[in-house]
Ligand binder design. Structure first.
Ligand SMILES: [Ca+2]
Ligand SMILES: [Ca+2]
Length: 544
């Protein structure tokens, strides 16, 4: 009942053949005058997916042969449409753009025409109870992916749904138990050959076991049949998306989990190597460049190994009800917590680690947290105890660069270099034009030399606030989006060069998508398409 793969391909080819004839004539006329334009328009209409998964093709965050606008504004806003809420990124293939979201209680997948912004199809996931998510999460946080005319959608609340890219009809679906996750699921499926790869890290244990239910799986894209499944018994909930690493000695599937970066054989799921010493919260996607793989963690967004504990202590003193400069066990109230982010109010869920909603369990957890710092068990947190605890905290922020070819624990053998400051919490790094770029809370952008970890610059974007979206790049420019909704455009290079900023005037937490000439940005309620002038609309310059 479902169209065969070949039919889907035929439909693509028919659609594109006319385009190719027109395009060929056009290229003969125009390409002679402007050879630099040759590649861009041709790729725009081909069936090659342009930004087909989280952070684009191969998860690089980079669109090759692409020239999106370097200034965003009403002049190049091709369209803007109202969309349901969600934290998944837009993805594109040819003329289709896909997003997921939550409309009322319905998990939806929407397809738009990239040229016009018109909706082409809309599908609702079967009704399921929605997974509980932290304020930092969302039931539609995983980015779908596209391969061979199919759209693969993962919702933590349901499992996998697969639709036809052109008309949205059902191809197959695979309900899966919702993993138990501190913030809610956000990992995204990726494509590998004819398979789909999905990492489901989980806080729940296997039956009658202390090992976690976490698993990594490869599934056939055509029909959902399992290819292999690898247990990850040590892994607890995580929010990262795997990366396929092609290197000199083969291919690794790199999976970042709680405290550990692992390399697997992507054809069998056999674990090959791992690096330890990360914080418990694994969020960023592993990034490739210069023959290395990069991954980082920063608990609570503290970017620096030598973070100042004073702002955290000052925040904690809000619990010092009797003003004696100590926090007593009897001063534990509803929001008492181990502080992570001094810049948000104590009643904000981001202030500390996630706490159970159930009052009894919450109290139990808070008492446990109290014990972490009250080392002498006298029933008080003193300033001295607090500072000592923060300073000696393990798993400090770090970014590592790993060489390929290792076996087993390669922490001491294959780590090329480590960086202990300027580490982002949520945004993945970006490798572009031979440099590694980072952006972190507060609007600080860092360029790092990928060969040795040397910091080339660490500069303010003058767009403060938290950063959740990962930076993306095309046409020699890097696009960075702050949670308050400021888009910064920075020229790529070893010297900081902020070129342009645009205020979306509403929060934006989602990694943008790029195609040949457009940057697509999802803000809280809108999807924006900023498009550079197509070459055919530009004035024809006299030939030299
Ligand atoms: Ca007190
Ligand atoms: Ca004490």
């Amino acid at each position: 009942m479902f169209p065969q793969k070949s039919n889907i391909k035929d439909r693509f080819n028919c659609r594109n053949s006319a385009h190719h004839w027109n395009g060929l004539l056009w290229l003969l006329l125009v390409g002679v005058c402007f050879p630099g334009w040759f590649l861009t328009p041709l790729r725009a209409g081909t069936e090659e997916p342009s930004w087909n998964q989280f952070r684009g093709a191969a998860g690089s965050g980079v669109a090759r042969d692409s020239q999106p606008p370097t200034k965003l504004g009403p002049d190049n806003l091709a369209w803007k449409i109202k969309i349901p809420g969600g934290l998944s990124s837009p993805i594109t293939a040819g003329q289709r753009l896909i997003i997921t979201g939550l409309e009322g209680e319905s998990l939806v997948t929407l397809a738009f025409d990239t040229t016009t912004g018109n909706q082409i199809w809309r599908r609702e996931a079967p009704k399921v109870s929605l997974e509980k998510t932290h304020e930092f999460g969302h039931p539609a946080a995983s980015t779908p992916c596209i391969a061979n005319g199919r759209v693969f959608v993962y919702f933590g609340s349901f499992g996998l749904l697969v639709y036809d890219l052109m008309d949205g009809h059902d191809l197959w679906q695979k309900p899966m138990p919702t993993p138990q996750s501190l913030y809610g699921m956000s990992t995204s499926p990726i494509t590998y050959g004819d398979n789909l790869i999905l990492a489901l890290d989980d806080d729940a244990n296997l039956p009658d076991s202390k090992a976690s239910r976490s698993r990594l799986m490869a599934i056939r894209q055509e029909n959902g049949d399992p290819v292999w499944e690898a247990p990850r018994p040590l892994a607890r909930s995580a929010w990262s998306t795997p990366t396929v690493w092609k290197h000199d000695t083969g291919e690794d599937l790199v999976v970042f989990g709680s405290g550990r970066l692992c390399g697997y054989d992507p054809n069998t799921g056999t674990e090959k190597w791992f690096v330890t010493g990360f914080a418990r919260e694994a969020i960023v996607q592993p990034v490739l460049g210069k023959g290395l793989v990069f991954a980082s963690s920063a608990l609570g967004g503290a970017p620096d190994e030598h973070a100042d504990p004073e702002p955290l202590w000052q925040a904690m003193l809000q619990f010092d009800a009797n003003g004696d400069g100590r926090i007593a066990r009897t001063e534990i109230t509803k929001y008492f917590n181990y502080p992570l982010r001094a810049e948000v109010p104590v009643d904000h869920p981001g202030f500390g680690i996630p706490l159970p909603a159930d009052p009894e369990k919450r109290k139990e957890r808070q008492n446990e947290i109290f014990g972490w710092i009250d080392k002498n068990h006298d029933g008080f947190w003193t300033h001295e105890e607090f500072v000592a605890s923060i300073s000696s905290r393990g798993n400090k922020p770090k970014l590592v660069a790993v060489r390929p070819g290792g076996k087993g624990d390669v922490t001491s053998t294959h780590v090329e270099w480590e960086l202990r400051k300027c580490i982002p919490e949520v945004p993945s790094a970006l490798f572009y034009g031979d440099l590694l770029y980072l952006v972190r809370n507060g609007g600080l952008m860092t360029a790092v030399s990928p060969g040795d970890g040397k910091i080339l610059f660490d500069e303010r974007l003058n767009a403060p606030g938290q950063y959740t979206a990962s930076p993306v790049a095309a046409g020699g420019h890097i696009y960075l989006v702050s949670n308050p909704g400021i888009v910064s455009v920075v020229k790529a290079g070893a010297t900081f060069d902020l070129r342009h900023q645009y205020n979306l005037q509403e929060p934006a937490l989602v990694t943008p998508a790029l195609d040949a000439n457009t940057v697509y940005i999802r803000s809280q309620t809108q999807l924006w398409a900023f498009r550079s002038t197509p070459p055919e609309a530009r004035p024809v310059l006299p030939q030299k």
